[in-house]
Design a protein around this ligand. Structure first.
Ligand code: ATP
Ligand code: MG
Length: 247
């Protein structure tokens, strides 16, 4: 069974259809990349799946549960974790504080009230676990604003992991990174895909073909093609419309 599934997702902004009848499934153990040119609707798709935006049409399921009408916080509590194309890190706070705040957002107020002892330890443990997973545990006392670009990306991923999601929606976590830091984040993504359903938005085709198990190619809001990296490479439609020159 898929961890997350969407059928016929559509989102209009006035006269523009940013996402147009898109269906997609994400499974635990699989890294699913969504690629496409600027303005193709990739971030809008993530915002629809995360509940940041309401679809104009279409339905979304998390496991067996339909979540189309759920607000983003409820989806986050139920296991949909995400990062943003623009950073949501508080640069004046430490690495640990950032992740702990993210972890606290995953605590039910009622549960905290019923088990006051968990108030301190639950989120802290979750935060440290997430930092360990991304390789930033040693950096937990650093002020976030002093991190390198690559470390910031790792922190953003740790913040998404702090709520112990089953689904991870990552919008361009490699953007602006040099080859070395990009490699580090890409290796982490492969590792995270083992026990999460991971949706990755990424522009760099070399990276995408190296890390993705499956791809969805979007152009102007629509799905142009989907398949394995080998199938996408061989697709005449993708070559023509997206890979373009000399492919
Ligand atoms: N809140 C909004 N209001 C109006 N138009 C929007 C809104 N969000 C996105 N759009 C438009 O929807 C289209 C898809 O945007 P989106 O950000 O999803 O593209 P993208 O594939 O993520 O692009 P990029 O690769 O540049 O990040 C664009 O034409 C964009 O201008
Ligand atoms: Mg985008």
């Amino acid at each position: 069974m898929s961890a997350l599934a969407a059928e016929g997702l559509t989102r209009r902004f006035g006269g523009l259809t940013a996402v147009d009848d898109v269906s997609i499934t994400l499974a635990i153990g699989e890294l699913h990349a969504v690629i496409g040119p600027n303005g193709a609707g990739k971030s809008t798709l993530v915002n629809l799946l995360a509940g940041e935006l309401r679809p104009s049409a279409g339905r979304i399921w998390l496991g067996r549960e339909e979540v189309t009408a759920w607000p983003s916080w409820r989806r986050a509590l139920a296991g949909i974790g995400r990062s943003f194309q623009r950073s949501n890190v508080m640069r004046g706070m430490t690495v640990l504080e950032n992740v702990r705040l993210a972890a606290q957002a995953g605590e039910f107020p009622l549960r905290r009230w019923l088990r006051p002892a968990a108030r301190e330890h639950g989120p802290l443990r979750a935060a440290r676990g997430a930092l360990t997973r991304v390789g930033l545990r040693e950096a937990e006392e650093r002020v976030a604003g002093t991190l390198s670009h690559g470390e910031l990306r790792l922190l953003e991923i740790a913040m998404a992991l702090a709520m112990r999601p089953t689904v991870l929606l990552l919008d361009e976590p490699l953007a602006g990174l040099g080859p070395e830091e990009g490699e580090r984040v890409a290796a982490l993504l492969r590792q995270l895909a083992r026990d999460h359903a991971l949706l990755l938005i990424e522009h760099d085709m070399d990276v995408v073909f190296a890390v993705a198990d499956r791809l969805t190619v979007m152009v102007e809001g629509r799905v142009l093609e989907r398949g394995t990296p080998a199938e996408i490479r061989a697709s005449p439609a993708v070559r023509e419309a997206y890979l373009g020159q000399g492919a």
